[in-house]
Design a protein around this ligand. Structure first.
Ligand code: ATP
Ligand code: LTN
Length: 336
C-alpha cells in the first residue's frame, strides 16, 4: 500500500509529561506529512531507560505518549504509530550500528554531555551509545525525512554519518536521512519559562519552567504569568530579552502571526497583558487536544490495538532492512 511513498520517521521518549516544546517543535508538525509520506511515529521507550525510570511510570507514560500522538491529530489508519520495544529489530540494528560508530564522535554529543552532568550517578553505556540506537530507528525504515526540534540536529548528523560509513563499506544499504527542523520562529526551540536561555525540557524538575500539553487551563495561564522576563517594559525580541523573545515565539506558533505583527499588536502594552494573552491563546489551542486525550486514555484496549497494528506494520518494513544488513555484514540467514 505504501511502497511508492517516501518515509518519515520520528520518535518521542516516554520520559515525562510532554511539553509545548515537544508539541511545537515536533508532534504538531507530524500530521502534515501523513498524506504524502509513509509516516512512522514511535514511542521510544528503549531510549527512555538511558535515564533511570520508575517502571509503573514508564508504562503509564508509554500509553500516554501514544494517546497524545493520536490526540494531536495522528490518525493510526494513516500513520504507523508504535512502541520501539515491540519491534526488536531496533535493538538488533542498534547493536550492529554501535560497531560502526566511533567513540570520538559519541564523545562530542552535547545531549550526552548535558545528560551525564544531570545524572552523574548513572552515566551508563546506553546513554553514551544513544545516537547509534537513534540511527537504527531511522535507518531501519529507509527514512528520507526526520521531523525534530533543533536540539536533535547533531543526532541527525551522526545518523547520516553512520549511514554513509556503512554504505561506503558495503554498498548502498541505507537511505541517508535529512532532518526537518521548523524555523526558529516556528517552534524549533522553545525555551524554559524559568531560565529562558535553556531549552524547555519535559524532565525539568522545576514545574514553573515547563508548560505541559495536558496542564489545565488555569495552570497554563498561571505558568505564563510567572514566566521570567527582564526589567524592561517593551514587547519586542532582542538580546537581553530572551524571556520575552521566547514568549513572542510561542505566541507566534499558536497564532501564526509574525514577530512584527506581534510587536505592533502589543505596542504600548505591559508584560502582564502580554503574558495573559500568550497563556490564554496557548490554553485555548490545547483544550481540544486535552479533551481528546482524556477520551483516549480511558480506552486502554483501543490503545493496545493501535500498538499491535503499528508493531506489525513496522516489523514488516524493518525485517527487509535487517535481512539486507545481515547479508551485507556476513551473518548467516537461516531460511525459516
Ligand atoms: P527529556 O527532557 O526527557 O530529554 P525532551 O523534552 O528533550 O525530553 P524528547 O523526547 O527528547 O523530549 O524529544 C521529542 C521531540 O521534541 C524531539 O524532536 C525534540 O527535538 C523535540 N523537543 C523537545 N524539547 C523541545 C523544545 N524545547 N523546543 C522544540 N522542540 C523540542
Ligand atoms: N533522540 C530523540 C528521540 C528519538 C528520535 C528517534 C527522534 C529517538 N529516536 C528517531 C527522531 C528519530 C530525543 O531525544 N528527542
Amino acid at each position: 500500500m505504501f511502497n511508492d511513498k517516501k518515509v518519515v520517521f520520528s520518535g518521542v521518549q516516554p520520559s515525562g509529561n510532554l511539553t509545548i516544546g515537544n508539541y511545537l517543535g515536533a508532534i504538531r508538525n507530524f500530521s502534515a506529512f501523513s498524506e504524502e509520506y509513509h509516516c512512522y511515529y514511535c514511542v521510544v521507550d528503549e531510549h527512555a531507560i538511558t535515564v533511570r525510570q520508575v517502571p509503573a511510570d514508564l508504562r503509564r507514560r508509554t500509553y500516554e505518549t501514544l494517546a497524545l500522538y493520536i490526540a494531536c491529530g495522528l490518525d493510526p489508519e494513516k500513520n504507523t504509530l508504535f512502541v520501539q520495544s515491540h519491534v526488536p529489530a531496533h535493538a538488533e540494528l542498534g547493536w550492529i550500528l554501535d560497531c560502526y560508530t566511533m567513540f570520538g564522535e559519541l564523545s562530542r554529543m552535547t545531549q550526552f554531555k548535558d545528560k551525564s552532568a544531570k545524572n552523574a550517578d548513572n552515566i551508563n553505556a546506553g546513554l553514551f551509545t544513544y545516537p547509534a540506537l537513534m540511527a537504527a530507528d531511522i535507518l531501519l525504515y529507509q527514512t528520507e525525512l526526520v521531523p525534530v526540534g533543533v536540539d536533535q540536529k547533531q543526532h541527525l548528523e551522526i545518523a547520516r554519518d553512520i549511514a554513509e560509513r556503512f554504505n561506503g563499506i558495503y554498498g548502498e544499504t541505507f537511505v541517508v536521512p535529512e532532518p526537518y527542523i521548523p524555523p526558529t520562529t516556528g517552534g524549533a526551540k522553545i525555551m524554559s519559562l524559568a531560565e529562558p536561555t535553556k531549552k524547555m525540557s519535559k524532565s525539568d524538575e522545576n514545574e514553573n519552567a515547563v508548560v505541559r500539553i495536558l496542564d489545565s487551563r488555569d495552570t497554563i495561564i498561571r505558568k505564563f504569568k510567572r514566566a521570567v522576563t527582564d526589567s524592561g517594559s517593551e514587547i519586542r525580541c532582542g538580546e537581553g530579552k530572551e524571556g520575552i523573545t521566547n514568549l513572542i515565539g510561542i505566541y507566534s506558533c499558536f497564532t501564526g502571526k509574525t514577530t512584527e505583527e506581534i510587536e505592533r499588536e502589543f505596542d504600548g502594552k505591559g508584560y502582564g497583558d502580554f503574558k495573559l494573552a500568550v497563556g490564554e491563546t496557548c490554553a485555548d489551542a490545547l483544550t481540544p487536544v486535552r479533551e481528546e486525550f482524556d477520551r483516549l486514555i480511558a480506552d486502554k484496549a483501543y490503545l493496545e490495538s493501535v500498538m499491535v497494528q503499528g508493531a506489525e506494520a513496522a516489523y514488516k518494513s524493518a525485517r527487509k532492512t535487517m535481512s539486507k544488513v545481515r547479508r551485507k555484514i556476513g551473518f548467516i540467514e537461516l531460511k525459516k
